[in-house]
Ligand binder design. Structure first.
Ligand SMILES: *Cc1c(COP(=O)(O)O)cnc(C)c1O
Length: 488
């Protein structure tokens, strides 16, 4: 039945499911604060961080879980983590200021990403560990430390271009980090700056879902730690970066069916499933399927903390024994920098339905008071059904699932919330809300702009207590007081 509705139901954990069950609360918030509206759940990020820590415990490893702040600008999420054991990965001077102002002390922060002098100086001043991209950054850091008579800076060396068995380059090319082959030169630089810089470890961040690439990189880091020890440095940590991923979808069968049907649609064997027959990277050429699917693998059986568990349980490609065991025997701490995975189930984005317009050619157009920049799921290749929250709380009418296209509020042909034909339980009406769930990782505020002077979503933090929901503006949230997760 190729024209049956193709659903991609979002995976919902209890907290987010309970929030969606409180439709009148969400309608009240949008009535007060406008559409689009972002909601974050600070209690969830604390729970997610604890899941990562329990993986470290299971492998008897000491270490730190750094929240990669760039996934979300929220104050509530950062402040909720401040009184926990979590640390934070800051990728700009403003993120660093935000972390310091939210209660993180410098010893629980790592500075990553491209660094301007202001960022490096504040990191050095505040005693932040610097994840160094290469020799030039180490030179600049050493210069600042001496010029401003700052304490010795702790640095982690970001490596890339790992090899297995000395030959094949297995990890993909990255614009970041120093290649494993150039480690010797980097250590020469460090020897010259021993008074200013203290290398405490090595690491990588690979933007890939591949466990093979990461096992190779982690084994490479174990070898790099040996190199440092041979040169009389005292490294004590390996940083496995981020990229643990999120499982967005509730059902594997829906995902499999969707991607299979998409190839059929591209090949012209079934009606289009997207606006204008868009193929998400796939195309037909002379009757054969070409290209590669450019979508996030939205159903991922192993994601988040479970992915870290799997990585540590896997044998090292060369050394053969589990990577977690090797780390333990090497007396090496494990650092991880999850962004997306720590924000899993931590929020949603609401948009009001403004207009429902029938079309002659097919699916009705549903226009929302938001645009593609406000909900970056499509931009990240994440396909997932929004949840319809009827205005009056009325039970869905029995007219059955209907395929629609979701349009944004910009005067642009390209402003589609998603190019996918989306199936809703019934035709929406103006005043209904669509909830795009699980947007807290990169899909909430990363790409929001003031284009056309449309409003940028406000953000509120919510917390359920004794069956009722409390809320405050994101910037008003502190872990103490009525929104506080823990009472002193
Ligand atoms: C973006 C980034 C992360 C977080 O990546 P996720 O895929 O969100 O887990 C961690 N470390 C560095 C250096 C990054 O640039």
């Amino acid at each position: 039945m190729s024209d049956a509705p193709l659903h991609l139901e979002p995976r919902l954990e209890p907290r987010l499911a309970a929030l969606l069950g409180s439709a009148s609360f969400l309608h009240t918030l949008v009535a007060a604060l406008g559409s689009p509206l972002n909601i974050v759940l600070p209690e969830q990020i604390a729970e997610n961080a604890e899941r990562f820590r329990s993986v470290l415990r299971r492998h008897q490893l000491a270490g730190r879980v750094f929240f990669a702040h760039k996934a979300n600008r929220s104050s509530a999420l950062v402040r909720r983590l401040a009184p926990t054991a979590a640390a934070l990965d800051a990728a700009s001077v403003s993120e660093l200021q935000h972390a310091l102002g939210s209660g993180f002390t410098g010893d629980r922060i790592m500075a990553t990403g491209p660094k301007d002098p202001e960022f490096l100086w504040l990191a050095a001043r505040a005693g932040v560990t610097v994840n160094a991209d290469g020799a030039a950054e180490l030179e600049e850091a050493a210069r600042l430390v001496r010029a401003y008579e700052l304490p010795r800076m702790r640095v982690v060396l970001r490596l890339s271009g790992f090899e297995t068995s000395g030959a094949r380059m297995l990890s993909r090319r990255s614009r970041f980090g120093t290649t494993f082959a150039s480690l010797g030169g980097l250590l020469d630089t460090l020897e010259r700056h021993q008074d200013a810089l203290e290398p405490i470890g090595v690491g990588y961040h690979l933007d890939t879902t591949s466990l093979e690439e990461k096992t190779t990189a982690l084994e490479g880091c174990l070898r790099a730690v040996e190199e440092l020890r041979i040169r009389d440095f005292q490294p004590r940590a390996i940083d496995v970066g981020g990229g643990f991923g999120v499982n967005y979808l509730a059902r594997a069968d829906q995902w499999d069916r969707y991607t299979t049907e998409l190839t059929h649609a591209v090949m012209g064997k079934r009606p289009p499933m997207t606006w204008g027959g868009h193929g998400y990277g796939l195309r037909a050429e002379n009757g054969t399927l070409k290209g590669a699917l450019s979508l996030y693998p939205a159903h991922r059986p192993i994601a988040g903390a479970a992915y870290l568990d799997e990585l540590l349980s896997r044998p090292a490609p060369g050394l053969g024994r589990p990577l977690g065991t090797l780390l333990l025997e090497n007396l090496t701490d494990l650092y991880a920098e999850p962004g997306r995975a720590l924000t899993d189930q931590c929020g949603l984005t609401l948009g009001t339905v403004l207009e429902v317009r029938p079309t002659e050619s097919g699916e009705p157009l549903v226009r929302l008071a938001m645009n593609a920049g406000d909900v970056g799921l499509e931009d990240h290749g994440v396909l997932m059904d929004p949840v319809l929250l009827p205005r009056d709380g009325a039970a869905p009418r029995a007219d059955g699932p209907v395929g629609v296209h979701l349009m944004g509020n910009l005067c642009l042909e390209a402003d589609l919330i998603t190019r996918r034909t989306v199936f809703l339980p019934r035709l929406p009406q103006p005043g209904d809300l669509l909830a795009f769930v699980n947007t807290a990782g990169y899909c909430m505020d990363f790409t929001a702009t003031h284009a056309q002077q449309q409003p940028i979503a406000r953000k509120v933090a919510v917390r359920e207590e004794a069956g009722s929901w409390h809320w405050c503006l994101d910037e008003q949230y502190w872990p103490v007081g009525h929104m506080g997760g823990q009472q002193a």
